[in-house]
Each structure stands twice: as C-alpha cells, then as structure tokens.
Design a protein. Structure first.
Length: 558
C-alpha cells in the first residue's frame, strides 16, 4: 500500500516538473524569432499576396556562391566568406506599394495652378491631415456623449438538469421510528424502495440598466471643450497642410524655371565659345593667329560644355524636387510651363508692423498653438473638477421567467414550480473623493505646468512667424534690386561681348578679351535668372508667411 502511494507521489512530482519545464520553454522558445547572434543576419519570413507567412527557402551553402568584380581586367571569383554575411531582406509581397501616377497629357505644358491641383489630389499629406481632422471631430462627439445616459441591456438564460439516485429504506417496527409509522400494529416493518430523482430548471432573465451622470462640477464640459479645441487645431492644420503644399509646389516650380534658364544660358554659352573657336581657327589660317589661341578657344568650349552638363543635372534635380513636392511618382514625365518672362512684383507693404500683426492672426501654426493653449486650460478645469463629488442616477429593470421541475421515479406525478417576477430599482448615487495619496493634486499641477508651457510655445511660434515674414520681406527687396542691377549688367555685357567678338574676328582684339566678355555675359544672365527666381520665391514666402497663399491662383497673383 505504501509502495503504491510513493509511486503515485513520484508520478505527480514528475508531472509537475515536466509541466513547469514545458511552460518555461514556451516563453524561451520565442528566441528563435530573433537573429542567432550579433553577426548573423535575420532571415525572417516571407509573406504571399494574401498576407500569409511562409517559410523562406534555405540559402545555398556559402562555399558555392561567388560574384565577379568587373573592375579588374579579368573576372575574379570572390567567395561569400570574403564578403561577409548578407543582411538583405526578402521582398514582402503583402506590402502595398502605392505611388501616385495621375493621368498626364504629354503634349500639354502644365501651369502652376494645374500642378497645384494635381498635388492636392495626389499628395498623401492632405488626405492624412483630413483623416486626423475627422478623428478629432469624432473625439468631440465622444466627449459630448458623456452628457447622455448609458443604457445597457443584458440577457441571462440557462438550463440545468441533474439526476440523483436514491437508495431504498427499510424501517423496523420494533424501533421507535417504526412504531411511529405503524398503523394498527399489523405490519412489522416498512420498506421504501430505491429510485431516481430528476431536477430540471430553466431560467430567462432580460434586464435593462441605466446609468446617468447628473452633475460633476464641470468635468465633462471641460473634457468636451478640450476636445473641441483639439478639433479646431486639427482643422486648422488641415488648411495649413494645403497652404504648405501650395507653397512647396510654387517654390519648386520657380526653382525649376531658374535652372531651365541656366540650361538655356549654358547652351548659348557653348554656341558663343564655338564661334570664338571658329574665329581663332580662321585667324590662324590667315596667319594672324596662333595655335595657343586655338587651344585656349577649344578649352573655353570644353569649359562651357561642362557647365552646361552641370546645369542640366541641376535642372533634373529641381524637376524631381517638383515631383516630390507634388507627391507623385518620381518617374512621371510632365511638361512644365515656362514663366521666365513673368513680371516681378513691385509693391511692398507700407507698414511692416501692421502686416505682421494681421498675419499672425490668420497663420495656421499660430492658430494651432493658440488652440492648444485653450485645450490645456480646459485640462486644468477638468483636473480641478476631479476634487469635487459626482452625482449619478442608477436604475435597473428585469423580469425573471423560470421554471423548476422535480420528478421522482417512485411517484406518478412530478412537482412543478413556475416563476414570473418583474423587478425594478431606481437609485441616486453620490461619489465623494476623499484620499488618493496626492494623485489629484499632482495631476492639477501638471496640467497647470502644461498651460504655462503651451503659452510659451505660442510665443515662440509668433516670434518665428514674425521673423519669417521680415526675412522674406528683406529677401524680396534684395532680389528685386539684384534683378534690376542684373538686367542692366546683362544689357551692357551683351554689347561688350558682341563688340569684342567682332573685333577679334577682324584681328583687332585678343582671345582673352573675347573670353572675358563672354564669361561676363553668361554670369550676368545667370545672375538675372537667379534673381528672378529668388524674387518669386520670396514673394511666395511672404504670402505663405502671412497666411494669404490659400488657393491655386494665389501664386499667380504674386
């Protein structure tokens, strides 16, 4: 007997230890999801288009892999052991790739308003801002819902059946119990046969519960107002996102115009240097030139060609910057309208201080900062309301339909009980905060600190906005002055370049004078194009900084 108990105890102990090891191994086994060592690449899992994970095929043995280095005259096989482990990732087929490719007319040169229209429809930043504004608006609805009662319906239904075997009873008449049940002293004993007792129960209770917070000293009002201010900030941010998109597209558009002018100037410079080169060869053929002049002229052609190549690369960069600002595919090919001859703005604000004051009141970032201040102040009101009691109305109503049936196999008729009982209660509850270890006081002070911080953030935003307006104003004034000076310089340099080239062809001038004149003309034209672009960008910056760059036509009215 003792040996069986010992064996049972040993088995139970073994089972407990095994279960503990199994449970411990469940957590530790997840380490297989991480890389094996700091030097081992993570292989991970590949997923199909339906998002189902599938095992990645085992890579071939390292010894069989090799790659060819094309830099050497002869192909050299490099084993994988020499190049180290490969930390590349397998493509995730479940990852969506959504790059905007709007329908573009390849024969149409798109104007700036048309490019802004495409950007507003294709750029994901505007849709993301819209979704955040919707989220904030729904948060206001959720906060206002706390003013209404909460009604909850519950249904409880169940069925239970149990069967119990009852043994028989034999009562001897010689006993006191038997004597009590005898009638006339005829029977010597009473035998109650065995049987079964079956109990069945059914119950169905639908209930309705209502909870209504009647009074909380303004806590819900503060929460709702804070949510409303956050919604205002999200809505202002949405408008500000569109304003920034208009500004970014306009800025990239003006920069692209300037770089394309640089390309055009570079091509003309190449043609001019080739004319000088041809003149140098003609002078050499007539015996009035030297081979050094021809070499110098050929050097100027190569230099101009290099500058043209650099200008073309810069134009491609600004074109891709425009596509990036629009939020479309970087491989999109679109014709852009040339506005290099567009007149520049000539008017300046008379009173800069008044313009700054009026601009700060309509700038999106300033309004967002102000809304955050208002929201943080409402958080202080909510924290103060947490010190106050709350009064709530509690009510419930239910109806109990139940039945109970007891059936004894020794009796011909079962016993049944049916219940139909409605119940209702209505209570008023009072919740009074008494002690929480200083939690509410700490929350109140933290809310007050956030108010102070947001107020200072508002001041920082206002100062930065005013500084941006002033700097853009100065850049615009400087760019307009530079464009005027560059225009006069270009006119003078054009006369000088034409005259020196004619003199050189006639043998009266030197190649040095012709080269200097050509370089001066090219630099003057580049300076004029840059000043033109800088003035337009500065005008757009002023409009954006003052909150007036608000629609697709705003950049065209600068």
């Amino acid at each position: 007997m003792r040996s069986r108990r010992r064996a049972r105890r040993a088995g139970q102990a073994s089972f407990a230890w095994g279960l503990a090891l199994l449970l411990g191994g469940c957590a530790a086994s997840s380490l297989v999801l991480a890389p094996e060592s700091p030097q081992t690449p993570w292989r991970g899992e590949q997923t199909d288009t339906a998002g189902q994970a599938r095992a990645e095929p085992t890579p071939p043995p390292p010894a069989t892999e090799a790659r060819v280095i094309p830099a050497e005259p002869r192909a050299v096989a490099v084993p994988v052991s020499a190049r180290g482990p490969d930390f590349g990732l397998a493509p995730n087929l479940a990852l969506p790739v959504n790059v905007a490719r709007p329908e573009i007319d390849p024969r149409h040169a798109y104007s700036l308003p048309e490019l802004i229209d495409i950007a507003q429809m294709a750029n994901p930043a505007t849709r993301a801002a819209w979704e955040r504004a919707r989220e904030a608006a729904l948060a206001v609805g959720a906060a206002r819902a706390t003013f209404l009662p909460v009604l909850t319906g519950d249904v409880i239904a169940g069925y239970q059946r149990s069967t119990q075997a009852v043994p028989g009873i034999s009562v001897d008449s010689n006993t006191q119990a038997g004597t009590d049940v005898l009638q006339g002293g005829v029977q010597s004993s009473i035998i109650v046969p065995g049987g079964t007792v079956t109990v069945q129960g059914r119950e169905f209770i639908p209930s309705l519960t209502v909870k209504w917070l009647l009074f909380d000293f303004g806590r819900r009002e503060a929460v709702a107002e804070s949510a409303r201010q956050v919604s205002i900030a999200a809505n202002v941010t949405f408008n500000g996102t569109h304003q920034k998109l208009i500004f970014d597209v306009s800025k990239a558009f003006f920069a692209l115009t300037a770089t394309r002018v640089q390309v055009r100037v570079g091509r003309e410079a190449v043609q001019s240097t080739r004319l000088v080169h041809e003149a140098a060869k003609a002078r050499l053929a007539r015996g009035i030139g030297t081979a050094i002049e021809v070499a110098q002229a050929r050097q100027q052609v190569a230099q101009a060609q290099l500058q043209l190549t650099q200008a073309e690369g810069q134009a491609r960069d600004t074109y891709h910057a425009l596509l990036e600002a629009m939020g479309v595919s970087p491989t999109l090919v679109i014709q852009v309208q040339d506005i290099s001859a567009r007149p520049l703005p000539r008017t300046f604000p008379a009173d800069l201080d008044r313009m700054i004051e009026a601009s700060l009141r309509r700038r999106p970032d300033v309004q967002v900062a102000f809304a955050r201040v208002a929201a943080s102040r409402q958080n202080v009101a909510r924290a103060r309301a947490d010190f106050m009691p709350q009064v709530a109305l509690l009510g419930s109503a239910n109806h109990n339909w139940s039945s109970l049936s007891v059936r004894d196999s020794r009796l011909p008729i079962p016993a049944n009980v049916n219940v139909s009982s409605p119940n209702m209660s209505l209570l008023v509850g009072l919740t009074v905060p008494i002690y929480d270890g200083g939690l509410r006081d700490a929350q109140l002070r933290a809310a007050e600190a956030r108010v102070a911080a947001t107020e200072q953030d508002l001041r920082l935003v206002e100062n930065a906005a005013a500084r941006q307006i002033v700097l853009a104003y100065e850049v615009l004034r400087t760019s307009l002055a530079a464009h005027a000076a560059a225009s006069e310089l270009t006119a003078a340099a054009q006369v000088t370049s034409t005259a020196t080239l004619d003199y050189y062809k006639q043998g009266l001038g030197t190649i040095t004078e012709a080269t200097i004149a050509q370089n001066g003309l090219m630099q003057a034209r580049l300076a004029k194009a840059k000043a033109h672009s800088d003035a337009l960008i500065a005008a757009a910056t002023i409009a954006f900084a003052t909150g007036t760059l608000t629609n697709r036509l705003s950049p065209s009215r600068l």
